[in-house]
Design a binder for this molecule. Sequence first.
Ligand code: BES
Ligand code: MN
Ligand code: ZN
Length: 509
Amino acid sequence: MLDIGFAKSVLPKSGALVLLVEEAETLNADLLAQADEATGLAISRALVAAEFKGKAGSNCTILAPGANLSRVIAIGIGKLSELTQRLAEEAGGACVPLLTKEESAHIAAGALSAELAAAVATGAALRSYRFDRYRTKEKAEDKPRLSKLVVLAGHPVKAREAWVPLKATVTGVFVTRDLVSEPPNVLYPAEMADRCKALESLGLKVEVLGPKEMSKLGFGALLAVAQGSEREARMVVLQWNGASGEAVPTKGKKGKVAKIEKTDNAPLAFIGKGVTFDTGGISIKPGPGMEDMKWDMAGAGAVIGLMATLAGRKAKVDAVGLVGLVENMPSGTAMRPGDVVTSASGQTIEVLNTDAEGRLVLADVIHYCQENFKPRLMVDLATLTGAIIVALGHEYAGMFANDDGLAAQLSAVAEETGEKLWRMPLAEAYNKQLKSDIADMKNIGGRWGGAVIAAEFIQRFVATGTPWAHLDIAGTAWSSKDTATVPKGATAFGVRLLDRLVAAHYETK
Ligand code: BES
Ligand code: MN
Ligand code: ZN
């Protein structure tokens, strides 16, 4: 991660300087005037020549304008009165690709509030992510060099304070991006479980269940998906007890557990689909594009990154993350279309398409979650259907909810974080399509409305009375283009969204 510092607004003596410029040009006016004077007005001449007016999304780079500055970059932020956290993040992110040839840079946030200055840092940090573990031949001059960023702020001390929890969030996002980016030969269920175990260092309690334990629990649906693969299934339960205080190591004193009054608050539960590779099984997928199915574990990846975030910023909340990890392969031991499996809930499922496997995994994990944690609410994340991509493309994830309050909270934090959600319907007419001639239900419905039918399937495993939301992130887990704060590749969609949901509505003070 970028090394990010905060300092007072003083013209740097050399190097790269990024100036956030609003349309009225009052933000950073002092620094802009000083830099302009020091460079014999080279900066204002360049901004006029480029017709740079501070519009949001615009930028202008001035190379070597003098005064030892290697480059000055003006980033437009639009109207100051309309600047939100999200737009400040986007401004911070926008400068990163313009700074690849600099090792360090100053970014002037001027009179922005401490929160907005920290949001600029967040955006820059998010955009600077790169997964280059398997690039062995890249020349040094082709690698982005930026490693240090100093945000020049009106209140550097306050901005640094505001950055502390945000840094934990960015770290959590990177946990997810690393997991989702890994190739499927490296990241299979057992390996993913091991990586969860390593997060115990953050103060999470991590429990791993293998096929034997899951078979005892009657996980017939999840294990049916896994049975065609040489790679064993896992379920991982990650607990963060930041409100009740159990199992949270106190700072410095190893092994000691902080004693905070135990509250009777039930935990929030987050559940993720973790299919480390989805070939479709016997209902095998067509070859072209099948490699994309390495990120069929992005829901689980987001849950793991979220739990790392909550622990990293010591969120005052009790939360549990559960991920079902399997590989969906065709083989002599694979489940067949026509098989009937018995889920942990006791409900039987006729598997008519082995490629509708995510819902089988979620069915058992959701049931286990309710039996063991009686959660206050449940949110599941899954790259569940191609149909949600047909409906919403790559901009919004589909949200299905049995609770209007939870849906409204999620919609609001979605707007704030830019991880956008569009609510989709749940209705009996779709649910009916799951009627089977031989079992309690089948795992597919008719040709149309596949994302809704999948959500209806999952709802059959949710106990009435538990507020629940299902996020179908098939279209948003991976991006084929760079955006302001998300470089192309794994987006970690859901981590910032749910972290904000917790912070805004479920943390004790
Ligand atoms: N993992 C896929 C869904 C998916 C498709 C995610 C494309 C990302 C991009 C899921 O397991 C699947 O195969 N769903 C089927 C369901 C169908 C068989 C009812 C689908 O959407 O085609
Ligand atoms: Mn599938
Ligand atoms: Zn899948």
